[in-house]
Design a protein around this ligand. Structure first.
Ligand SMILES: Cc1cc2nc3c(=O)[nH]c(=O)nc-3n(C[C@H](O)[C@H](O)[C@H](O)COP(=O)(O)O)c2cc1C
Length: 164
């Protein structure tokens, strides 16, 4: 069984959660940025777990992806080295397998990215195998709330147990 965790992360919170989910899924599971998750890296994959931050109530888009120009000069610099999750999903080759989605966000009713991720994975042929998961940060740029990394590792382990 080949599982891959794919993430977009501007300030590192989603990357940390992705790494913990991969650990929970088991030895050999890689957490890959959207730049690293090439069609070659995904060849033969049975499970794609994909996650991204909630920015402006949804996945980032050309209109909402933060940049040093759009942020206050005091803001930590976003990592723009890898494509938006939205772009990665649009170019995901059709396949077959299972999927699950996760997001990082602040606490409150400020939108989701998991709905867009799940719908795109389904459309590409990866059936949703579990309800999506949200992991919470305590400030606009993070840090992750206490316990969220452990919860992510446990979520990954629960996904592994649910596989046939
Ligand atoms: C410009 C900006 C807009 C944000 N918009 C939202 C939002 O609409 N809803 C939300 O729940 N969190 C929002 N957040 C919080 C991010 O989702 C949170 O910091 C996330 O963990 C960032 O993930 P990353 O470190 O992997 O990039 C926003 C943060 C920033 C900096």
């Amino acid at each position: 069984m080949k599982a891959v965790v794919v993430y977009e992360s501007l300030w590192g919170n989603t990357a940390k959660i992705a790494q913990a989910i991969a650990e929970g899924l088991g030895a050999g599971t890689l957490a890959l940025s959207t730049a690293q998750a090439t069609p070659e890296a995904l060849a033969g994959v049975d499970l794609i777990v994909a996650g991204a931050p909630v920015i402006a109530f949804n996945l980032t888009s050309d209109a909402t992806r933060p940049s040093p120009q759009s942020l206050p000069s005091t803001a930590p610099k976003p990592d723009l080295s890898h494509p938006m999750m939205r772009t990665w999903l649009e170019s995901l080759p059709a396949g077959s397998g299972r999927s699950a989605a996760f997001e990082t966000r602040v606490r409150g009713p400020f939108g989701h990215s998991v709905k867009t991720i799940s719908a795109a994975l389904e459309a590409a042929g990866y059936a949703t195998m579990a309800p999506p998961a949200s992991f919470i940060v305590t400030g606009k740029y993070g840090i992750l709330r206490d316990g969220e990394v452990d919860r992510a590792r446990e979520w990954g382990a629960a996904l592994a147990r649910a596989l046939p």
